[in-house]
Design a protein around this ligand. Structure first.
Ligand SMILES: Nc1ncnc2c1ncn2[C@@H]1O[C@H](COP(=O)(O)OP(=O)(O)OP(=O)(O)O)[C@@H](O)[C@H]1O
Length: 256
């Protein structure tokens, strides 16, 4: 049974006196424990897709199942694009919010959350307030909070979008650790084709709004060997295929 299954999903919003079709017959699947990337032009409907998967929005047509159930609320941990930490709570208490949403009391949740700080490279920062953390550290706390919600499906909306590439590369490592440790199915929205290729088992490429699947690309090489793979002829060909599906010509960034 797939972790996430979308069949013919359509989403329309009412805008003024008219309607705006954002998702237009999407078929998409995420297997148990799979890491799936989602790339597409700005405004094509990626966040809307995650909201629909998480049960925050209902589709106008089509069907969605998470772990074989149409009831999605409470089955998906969503990290929205702007996932702000609560400034008045220490890092450990921010991370513990994930566990509290899973039903643990405050003290127990904080103790358990603190146990994961070393895994996320956050040892020593447990009692720090968000304002004193770097951007990368804050995102790691937010990622930890998301994983600690204990859901089998994790939906991440551009979690690293605001960070520089060096910081992002180190966070890719933490993200892959967390994926393995929590054995979750991940749906990751990113603008960055290289990020999608470095992390994902499979990448869905979406068309401009209304979003449809323009291409679906599987990546065979294990994540630990991706850097080398992406520099190989096969990796370059795959990257160019995604850029073409996005309407960009062979890495030149020129719309075709
Ligand atoms: N609640 C809503 N009501 C009306 N229109 C909406 C609503 N939510 C999203 N939209 C519209 O749907 C379209 C897709 O938005 P969405 O945020 O899903 O795109 P996106 O691909 O995530 O964009 P970006 O990559 O820039 O974050 C946009 O045109 C947006 O204005």
């Amino acid at each position: 049974m797939p972790a996430v299954s979308l069949r013919g999903v359509v989403k329309r919003f009412r805008v003024g006196s008219g309607g705006l079709t954002v998702l237009d017959g999407l078929d998409l699947q995420v297997r148990q424990g799979e890491f799936v990337g989602l790339v597409g032009p700005s405004g094509c409907g990626k966040s809307t897709l995650l909201h629909v998967v998480a049960g925050l929005e209902e589709p106008s047509a089509g069907s969605i199942e998470v772990d074989g159930s149409c009831e999605r609320l409470g089955r998906v941990a969503l990290m929205p694009q702007k996932d702000l930490l609560l400034p008045w709570k220490r890092a450990v208490d921010n991370a513990a919010l994930g566990l509290r949403s899973a039903g643990l009391d405050g003290r127990q949740a904080a103790r358990e959350a603190a146990g994961y700080f070393p895994l996320f490279g956050l040892a020593g920062f447990e009692r720090s307030y968000p304002s004193t953390l770097s951007g990368g550290e804050r995102q790691r706390v937010a990622l930890l909070r998301t994983f600690l919600a204990g859901r089998r499906v994790v939906a991440l909306d551009e979690p690293l979008g605001a960070l520089d590439w060096i910081t992002r590369r180190s966070l890719h490592r933490w993200l892959l650790h967390a994926w393995q440790r929590f054995d979750a199915a991940i749906l990751l929205v990113t603008h960055d084709v290289d990020e999608a290729l470095l992390l994902s088992d499979r990448v869905y490429v979406l068309t401009p709004r209304p979003a449809r699947v323009a291409d679906e690309v599987g990546i065979e090489a294990p994540q630990s060997e991706r850097e080398g793979y992406l520099a190989s002829q096969e990796g370059v060909t795959l990257r160019n295929r995604i850029l073409r599906a996005l309407g960009l010509r062979d890495g030149q960034g020129v719309p075709s």
